[in-house]
Design a binder for this molecule. Structure first.
Ligand code: NAD
Length: 488
């Protein structure tokens, strides 16, 4: 089987690869602006069939009870995908515009490997916990707690790290015994659809257990949130859409699990190595052109070091120019779409209108005639109440601000509706620890520490989300708890 999509990808519904009832839509390479193929355009009727298949597979097969079979299927999927890694790498860079170096980590190789972690969980999880005997109401009872799959999962994902986010939902949901309908973002249909092709053609995953429905119609996401046959909606995307998902899921009282936006702080303490910290802050914000929810986009430095830190960060950003994502040295590729680039450009105008200074970058690079590129940008001269310091931009844009000591840095970091991630740089372990515990976010890195791994839970405080993805906590999101007792 060749993975190279020469014409168009298909939907995966009830084990069959089928065309979209709505025809097909164009897939665009963000680095060249060229149409590189098509993806199947699903309609509401296609999604309805996918939900029905997932419901039937959950209700009428042993999928949710057969832990060993699910582990085998997940490992089979991982191994089948590994057989296509280089084709997947090429098409992921072409469709997402992500730098190829990232595909050796969280954009491809990492998420494929992570399927093995979820297979191990299916096999080794303590599905039943024996609580022993107790005497409720004076009668001896033997009690146990069982974990069971939630049911049909509607998974809605964004475009920025498609494999990572798709597999962080599919992996634990299948391991838990759920069945899934995945609706990926319209910007990155191939990453999902080609996984669907591998599932259909190279695995024993039964029909209906996983269904993949690509579409340009956001209404299909909304349909997943309201359909009563769906038991849980797992959503990654913007906080604005997350609110809609939660509200729409309320009438049918679905479980809702949300991974949303961020505006994370990179805190430099006064005993940190300033040059190293500033170059890491620059590197972070240009990675995948800043299109990562956990990327640190506010740089907080000691007030007496603001001038030097601004110069250091500006110099570091100058060495990280936006460019061809297929080149091995590129860190900052294009933004995913013209729409996303316009959004970033609007924020750059807002920054200037609010009195900010563009220290470097600030627009499209002169040397890139095509592609949705924005030059790495540093903004100074604004306080934390500025819109570019409060709102998620999702581009290679860093806002540098001064703090007046550790507690002030914590307060500025927390002065945000978001609470997803952060970094602290310093040398005194006690001061670092105080900052780590003071910042209200779901993840924190110390001196460049990288928390991303299959066994590490990821998610947000405050308006960055509800629930955790990855790790045992992420797996448990897809489980119900059943308490059982019998007379002893
Ligand atoms: P988005 O919210 O516009 O769309 C995400 C998905 O939701 C897409 O598949 C879209 O089709 C679907 N959708 C749109 N409207 C819907 C509705 N009313 N009901 C149900 N589904 C709907 O986000 P995006 O622009 O694709 O992605 C960027 C955003 O995702 C950023 O805000 C980023 O921070 C966030 N994100 C969060 C995480 C995380 O784990 N916290 C990870 C990656 C991206």
């Amino acid at each position: 089987m060749s993975l190279t999509p020469t014409k168009s990808t298909e939907l995966l519904i009830d084990g069959q690869l089928v065309p979209g009832s709505g025809g097909a839509f164009d897939v665009i390479n963000p680095a060249t602006e060229e149409v590189i193929g098509q993806a199947a355009e699903a309609t509401a009727a296609d999604l309805d069939a996918a939900i029905e298949a997932a419901r039937r597979a959950f209700d009428t097969t042993d999928w949710s009870r057969d832990h060993a079979f699910r582990a085998r299927c997940l490992r089979q999927l991982r191994d089948a995908l590994k057989g296509h890694t280089e084709e997947l790498r090429e098409l992921t860079v072409a469709e997402v515009g992500c730098p190829v170096f990232l595909t050796h980590g969280p954009q491809l190789d990492g998420p494929i490997d992570d399927l093995g972690y979820f297979a191990d969980l299916a096999e080794n999880y303590e599905w039943t916990t024996d609580l022993g005997v107790a005497k409720p109401m004076g009668i001896k009872n033997h009690r146990e707690i069982r974990s069971e799959a939630v049911g049909v999962v509607g998974a809605i994902t964004p475009w920025n790290f498609p494999h990572q986010i798709n597999f962080a939902k599919i992996g634990p949901a299948l391991a838990a015994g759920c069945t899934v309908v995945l609706k990926p973002a319209p910007d990155t249909p191939w990453c999902a659809a080609l996984v669907g092709k591998v599932i259909a053609e190279e695995t024993d995953i039964p029909p209906g257990v996983i269904n993949i429905v690509t579409s340009t119609d956001h209404g299909l996401g909304a349909q997943l949130t309201t359909d009563p046959r769906v038991d849980l909606v797992t959503f990654t995307g913007s906080t604005e859409t997350g609110r809609k998902v939660m509200a729409a899921a309320a009438p049918s009282l679905k479980k809702v699990f949300l991974e949303l936006g961020g505006k994370s702080a990179f805190i430099v303490l006064d005993d940190a190595d300033l040059a190293t910290a500033c170059s890491m802050a620059a590197f972070n914000v240009v990675t995948h052109a800043g299109q990562g929810c956990a990327i640190t986009t506010r740089l907080l430095v000691p007030r007496d070091k603001l001038f030097t830190a601004t110069e250091l960060t500006r110099d570091a950003l100058a060495g990280l120019a936006a460019g061809d994502p297929t080149a091995s040295g590129t860190i900052c590729g294009p933004l995913v779409s013209a729409r996303q680039r316009e959004r970033v450009e609007e924020y750059l105008q807002i920054a200037v209108a609010e009195g900010g200074t563009i220290e470097c970058g600030g627009g499209r690079p002169a040397d890139q005639e095509r592609g949705y590129f924005i030059s790495p940008t540093l903004i100074s001269g604004l306080s934390n109440s500025a819109r570019v310091a409060q709102e998620e931009i999702f581009g290679p844009v860093l806002v540098i601000m001064a703090h007046d000591g550790d507690d002030d840095a914590i307060a500025i970091a927390n002065d945000s509706p978001y609470g997803l991630s952060g970094q602290v740089w310093g040398t005194d372990p006690a001061r670092i620890d105080r900052v780590v515990s003071g910042v209200r976010t779901g993840t924190m890195g110390i001196n460049g520490g990288i928390w991303y791994a299959a066994d590490v839970p990821f998610g947000g405080y405050k308006q960055s989300g509800i629930g955790r993805e990855m790790g045992v906590a992420g797996f448990a999101e897809y489980l119900e708890t059943k308490s059982v007792a019998r007379p002893a």
